[in-house]
Design a binder for this molecule. Sequence first.
Ligand code: PLP
Length: 242
Amino acid sequence: MTLSDRIQTVERRLSEACLRSGRRREDIELIAVTKYVGLQQTADVLRHGLVHLGENRWQDAEAKWNAISGSHAEGGDTKAASSEVKWHFIGSLQTNKVKDVIGKFTYIHSLDRSSLAQAIERRAQQLGIVVPCFIQVNVSGEESKHGLAPERLTEFARELADLPHIEPVGLMTMAPLGGEAEQSRPVFRGLRELRDELNAKAVLRQPVNGLSMGMSGDFEVAVEEGATWLRLGTILVGRNEQ
Ligand SMILES: *Cc1c(COP(=O)(O)O)cnc(C)c1O
């Protein structure tokens, strides 16, 4: 399948999920997760009009970031498209990588602990920027998963309210991998309920709307449960043989 075919397929399934759940397509953003592909395919994603790129490791993203968004990025249509590009850091973020990532990635989806929040706050302050962040919550409770335990969310949100260079924009979660799409539903619903509770308690400086949830195997269920950001790799961008 070509990239255009994949985009069309995703858009069709997305529209159907919107219809089923009474949601509007324009309230849902697509993040093209490019971690499985190289620079040429990433540039191709941009040429097809997608502007949100997701990567989960700085080591894998660095060359692509430099070529597309670095100060020495080459000309041509990659560069033309690049002013619009928004990079999303979706993988777990080690504190010692904060200096590489903050300032280059617009959104952080994996804010899950105080030490990381402090490191982002310090770096963002140095750069004079405010970083939109999703709080990653381990709704499924699997031990292998990163993310904050749900019962710690309120306390963590309170800490963030004191960090002016971090702008919480929503919650993020990963559903258990490899199962049926329907198995993700309680996890996605749980994340939506946590967001609503957080807003009801008015702990953050402002209410948040964002729900970063849904991947290739379960994005329609995520839409039905209120996702505002889908992180799509395999089904949208494709995947090179390793
Ligand atoms: C890889 C990855 C994705 C995309 O996975 P696909 O199943 O290929 O769509 C989404 N979110 C995170 C955090 C990832 O690491």
